[in-house]
Write a protein that binds this ligand. Structure first.
Ligand code: NDP
Length: 339
């Protein structure tokens, strides 16, 4: 298949790109600059322009940003939209989080409908952030599944960056389903809703300071930041980036994925367990790591919400990697950039 992948410079998109190429698809990926395109091309020297090419989209928050990128020869059959800001370092939630997420999502759907009639499938990277009810805390009596929607309001969205990020994913995903219902386009949609995504980095990284948001807790624990007290885990469920990336690709390959929302999680974890796995495989970090008596980083005493991840296993046939393997491989990849 000929596939347009947005946000090719990102942590998750780099794995999606690898799997698309492995499965024999030909890919155009959007990046913000020629320099970023060059770094990705250097990582894929064995693939010619017919297999991997680039389109520059500087800012997905601009209306019509994707109008040119969706045009290709040969034409696209599928689109995977991963680009969206995931960090909390913002001063203006509306401009820096909500606009790129929402306008980015509606923008690509409009451009595809207008200018890429051969596209039959659009996959959107949403998030557990659009499922979770953050106002219920750890909610032990509840089971999360694809049926749940974050009830966050427009007013709550702009109160702080954490609300802003969760709202950006919720409103963007809602806008995608609304588009499908109202516009009745020529393509189907599937949304991917992972919680915290951990796993090895394969994208270009200047330095450990530029590490993607979700792996930062592993870096921080390796660097001794949990030695006196382990930070609160926050979200207690996770998935490995390689499994999530495979889900994106299977969603364009399997008809049964059409018009479905997927809650993609491998299970539970705590920050304390991250430290334990690091120590097990990399005893050289022992002095930086917390001990069994270091406070914090554990599961809450009252328990945590339950999870129903049956759909992704049944429809996409995914088998999840273990937490042990994921942490082990992540640390190895961080060592390669100086950890
Ligand atoms: P990254 O920060 O590594 O990737 C984000 C990508 O989006 C980058 O390619 C970035 O480009 C691009 N991007 C952000 N804002 C803009 C913009 N205004 N214009 C153009 N491009 C933009 O994060 P992840 O790989 O972790 O996230 C990818 C997707 O997965 C996001 O949609 C995120 O919400 C979702 N997700 C991630 C989870 C996680 O734990 N990692 C959990 C759940 C969902 P550049 O690098 O040039 O800034």
């Amino acid at each position: 298949m000929r596939v347009l992948l947005t946000g090719g410079s990102g942590f998750i998109a780099a794995h999606v790109l690898d799997i698309l190429l492995e499965h024999g698809h030909s890919v155009v990926t959007t990046v913000r600059s020629q320099e970023k395109a060059k770094k990705i091309a250097e990582n894929h020297k064995d693939h010619g322009k017919d297999k991997l090419d680039f389109a520059i989209v500087e800012d997905i928050a601009q209306e019509n940003a994707f109008d040119e990128a969706v045009k290709s020869e040969p034409p696209f059959e599928a689109v995977i939209h991963t680009a969206s800001p995931f960090h909390f370092n913002v001063t203006d939630v509306q401009k820096q989080l909500l606009d790129p997420a929402i306008i980015g999502t509606t923008g690509i759907l409009k451009s595809v409908k207008k200018s890429a009639p051969t596209v039959k499938k659009v996959i959107i990277t949403s998030s557990f952030a659009s499922i979770v009810n953050p106002f219920e805390g750890t909610w032990p009596e509840h089971t999360y599944s694809e049926k749940d929607w974050n009830p966050i309001s427009a007013e709550q969205a702009v109160q702080n960056p954490a609300n802003g990020y969760r709202a950006s994913k919720t409103f963007a995903e809602r806008a995608a389903w609304d588009f499908l219902e109202q516009e009745k386009p020529n393509f189907t949609i599937a949304t991917m809703c992972p919680p915290l995504v951990l796993g090895p980095i394969v994208h270009y990284l200047n330095s450990l300071d530029a590490l993607n948001t979700s792996n930062q807790r592993i870096r921080d624990i390796m660097q001794g930041k949990a030695k006196e007290e382990i930070p609160e885990t926050g979200t207690f469920i996770w998935v490995d980036v390689r499994d999530l990336a495979l889900c994106h690709v299977l969603a364009i390959e399997k008809e049964e994925a059409a018009n479905k929302r997927f809650f993609i999680t491998a299970g539970y974890f705590s920050n304390k367990e991250i430290a334990q796995v690091i120590e097990k495989h990399y005893p050289q970090y022992k002095d930086q790591l917390p001990t069994s008596s270091t406070p914090g980083g554990d599961y809450p005493k009252g328990g945590v919400y339950k999870i129903d991840n049956e759909r992704v296993q049944k429809v996409l046939g995914i088998k999840f990697r273990s937490f042990d393997e994921s942490i082990k491989d992540t640390v190895k990849s961080l060592q390669a950039v100086g950890a």
